[in-house]
Design a protein around this ligand. Structure first.
Ligand code: FPP
Length: 264
């Protein structure tokens, strides 16, 4: 990716007129297929992860340029700890390297970094670089890049529930007042709006424990393309598909008086 100093637009003004009518403020991506991509080329899985970094760069820069407000990348799931120790170690090294090497690009594109997940499980070196990059980019006013690391949606909900129960017991929270918005406040990052668009690469049709609560009304887009090949052109394709959707949130489409079809 080439850094584009100062070229990221204000988040509310999508740079690309083609997507203007229906443009996602928040895109979340399940980056899948690194291993398959590498295997198809007779290489080791870690080669795919390394190439995946180039896609992370390009997609981050392109989203910032287009005026996306938040981009959440599923970089390491709670379940990924079950992978062979060598692969886990490599992914953690890659994360650390990414956090150091990409600082300039994040700054040049006014991207603010944040993270969700059980971050305390990350190796100290990776955690320290994460904290450093988050602090360094904290006052950037462009897009937020949110890395989901050691992240699992079920643990996020369980962690939130545990804190709700503790607060209800201590009297800080009134039990009768608990509603959907209460639960949102107790999730990892209550201020980031739900994803409008969730993209999954490499063709699997599942959410894999990613943002289960927040995905209730997200538009899903699955492509056969493996993550190392998912670049700006493929992102544009996803955005075009998104702009052709009608989002009803369980209601009716604007101008639709009666409906015989499902409004879910
Ligand atoms: C899935 O591919 C991808 C991952 C488990 C990790 C994603 C990581 C990267 C893109 C690189 C690191 C990213 C950052 C932000 C530092 P897979 O290995 O499950 O592929 P497969 O399903 O084909 O085996």
């Amino acid at each position: 990716m080439s850094a584009v100093p100062g070229s990221a637009p204000e988040p509310s003004q999508p740079a690309c007129a083609e997507f203007k009518d229906a443009f996602p403020a928040h895109i979340a991506i399940i980056m899948d297929g690194n291993g398959r991509w590498a295997k198809a080329r007779g290489r080791k899985r870690i080669f795919g992860h390394r190439e995946g970094i180039a896609s992370v760069r390009e997609i981050t820069t392109e989203c910032a340029r287009l005026g996306v407000q938040s981009l959440t990348l599923y970089a390491f799931s709670a379940e990924n700890w079950k992978r062979p120790p060598l692969e886990v170690r490599y992914l953690m090294q890659l994360l650390r390297l990414f956090l150091v090497q990409e600082r300039r690009t994040l700054m040049d594109n006014r991207v603010r970094l944040s993270a969700i997940g059980r971050l305390e499980r990350l190796p100290k070196a990776a955690r320290e670089e994460l904290e450093r990059t988050i602090a360094m980019t904290a006052s950037n006013t462009g897009m937020t890049l949110r890395l989901a690391l050691s992240y699992g949606s079920r643990s996020e909900i369980a962690d939130g529930l545990r804190r709700i129960v503790a607060d209800a017991r201590s009297g800080a929270l009134e039990e009768r007042a608990i509603d959907e918005e209460t639960l949102r406040r107790y999730l990892y990052d209550p201020l980031t709006p739900d994803p409008d668009l969730i993209i999954r690469t490499a063709g699997e049709l599942r959410l894999s424990n990613f943002l289960l609560w927040q995905a209730s009304y997200s538009e899903l887009y699955v492509t056969e393309c493996c993550w190392p090949e998912f670049r700006a052109a493929q992102l544009h394709e996803a955005l075009r598909a998104y702009s052709a959707r009608t989002r009803k949130f369980g209601g009716l489409a604007p101008g639709e008086k009666t409906s015989t079809g499902s409004s879910r």
